[in-house]
Design a protein around this ligand. Structure first.
Ligand SMILES: Nc1ncnc2c1ncn2[C@@H]1O[C@H](COP(=O)(O)OP(=O)(O)O)[C@@H](O)[C@H]1O
Ligand SMILES: N[C@@H](CC(=O)OP(=O)(O)O)C(=O)O
Length: 453
């Protein structure tokens, strides 16, 4: 059995839904189909999820939002019209969304989640109606009825372990099951969504639960590229990655797959295949437990910006028992999470996403660290980008850091910090945001020019 997930662009128009139908029907193993809400039809378009967020915000502020509501319904109506579906399905979606918008607004986060989730929920109903119109036995499945239970963290839910046994029973159902991505239910039977792009997570959970042979994730690119295609023109495709490599790359900026979508599949050792809905005959990228290392130390280069580092200097801090713990407990008090913590003998840096620290808090954090830790010097560096070199082959290759540093020096990029992940499949370079593009291009040239991936 295969789990097949289709992203928003794969389901954005009637024509795209027809492609999805053909892909599913071409393989009898494709039994469970996870759908996203309609995505962008062209680059400047707005995803239905974003239209829904705007709609919910309008209702929260003004108690209504006719224009935003019509924009959402218009998207479904045009898809239904394209597919020649009866008016009934659009009426169902219309009534469902209106009911959610007029629902309880006491808890704005929960209200927002219920409205946001309607994007995938209603599209699953529409896609099931299309399959049925083609005389195929297909059923819309509601995540509550199927048993997809999640934690009560609006916009950031985590699956609860008891879901897996409940969802296993989906195997016994007949026909093709159309399952909405992106949300589950908490123990109070309320809708809670995963973080953005979370339909990938639903697919992975279902793959684990039903012990699928394969999790196919259909999107709008032929494969995972070795580097962000907006930074390097026409980059090389990577046809095989390990779970660890993809997890690091997804976390560090490869948005093609949600970084939380790997763990459930990985735990059950289910391979993931990323494929293109528009070119389904192409092999795509396989994500597997192990791979042969035939293509050099680096398998992908990811980058992301918007980081800052808190640099702390104190003579012999490495000898001071509890220094790290006390530093992290100050960050905890301010509700800050950190990404990396490279350290030396007399200094340590904590790297964080800078949007967590509003200007007015920065001074307070710096003086707390100075006073409580009796630090010699504390400084915040802003506007940093983190570049991650990722590859299982790094473990067995001497000189990767030297090659990378040399390439960056040649490109006149100053390295603000270096950190080698303890897993030894990644190496991180911190640079100024203004240098990110040049740095990534130089590293790509060093590790991929002439390499067959
Ligand atoms: N390294 C990469 N390889 C492939 N695609 C990437 C990479 N980094 C970012 N992307 C982007 O990810 C997009 C696909 O992810 P997403 O938009 O979430 O798709 P979907 O809506 O199908 O879930 C691609 O169109 C591409 O712009
Ligand atoms: N529609 C949701 C969830 C999702 O996974 O979408 P997509 O598959 O288009 O990334 C979002 O935009 O966040």
């Amino acid at each position: 059995m295969k789990i097949v997930k289709f992203g928003g662009t794969s389901l954005a128009t009637g024509n795209q839904v027809r492609k999805v139908f053909d892909i599913v029907m071409s393989d009898p193993e494709r039994r469970i189909v996870v759908v996203s809400a309609p995505g962008k039809r062209y680059p400047e378009d707005i995803k239905v999820t974003d239209l829904l967020i705007a709609c919910a915000e309008h209702y929260l502020r003004f108690g209504e939002g006719r224009e935003q509501f019509e924009a959402v319904i218009g998207r479904y109506a045009s898809i239904a019209d394209d597919l020649g579906l009866a008016e009934e399905i659009v009426n169902t979606i219309h009534d469902d969304l209106l009911k959610r918008l007029n629902g309880n607004r006491k808890n704005p986060q929960k209200y927002m989640d219920a409205v946001k989730a309607s994007g995938e929920d209603n599209h699953a109903k529409l896609v099931a109606a299309y399959f049925q119109s083609q005389d195929i036995e297909a059923h819309y499945v509601n995540p509550k009825e199927a048993g997809l239970w999640v934690s009560d963290e609006p916009g950031g839910a985590q699956v609860l372990s008891e879901s897996y046994d409940a969802l296993y029973k989906l195997r016994d159902r007949s026909g093709i099951l159309i399952f909405p991505g992106f949300f589950g239910y908490n123990k109070a039977d309320e809708i809670v969504t995963f973080s953005r792009s979370g339909s990938d997570i639903t697919g992975s959970i279902l793959a684990n639960a039903v012990k699928a042979d394969l999790y196919e994730n259909f999107t709008d690119v032929d494969a995972v590229f070795s580097v962000n295609p907006t930074i390097v023109n026409n980059p090389k495709e990577v046809h095989e990655l390990t779970y660890r490599e993809m997890r690091e790359l997804a976390y560090a900026g490869f948005t093609v797959l949600h970084d939380e979508a790997l763990i459930p599949a990985f735990r059950a050792r289910i391979p993931v295949n990323i494929k293109n809905t528009n070119h389904p005959y192409k092999p795509g990228t396989r994500i597997v437990y192990e791979r042969e290392h035939t293509n050099g130390p680096v398998n992908g280069i990811a980058s992301d910006n918007g980081f800052c580092s808190i640099y702390i200097e104190k003579y012999l801090l490495n000898k001071e028992v509890g220094f790290g713990r006390r530093l992290l407990s100050i960050l905890e008090e301010f509700g800050l999470s950190f990404e990396h913590m490279p350290s030396g003998i007399d200094d340590i840096s904590v790297i964080l996403r800078q949007d967590q620290i509003p200007d007015h808090l920065e001074k307070r954090i710096v003086s707390r660290i100075k006073e409580d830790l009796d630090a010699d010097h504390v400084m915040v560096r802003h506007d940093l980008s983190l570049i991650m070199l990722v590859g299982e082959g790094m473990r067995n290759n001497v000189g990767t850091a030297a090659r990378a540093s040399n390439a960056l020096a040649q490109a006149e990029v100053n390295i603000e910090m270096i950190n080698q992940g303890s897993s030894e499949v990644s190496m991180m370079f911190g640079v100024k945001e203004k240098d990110e593009k040049r740095a990534v291009q130089a590293l790509y040239e060093e590790f991929f020019a002439g390499v067959v991936v």
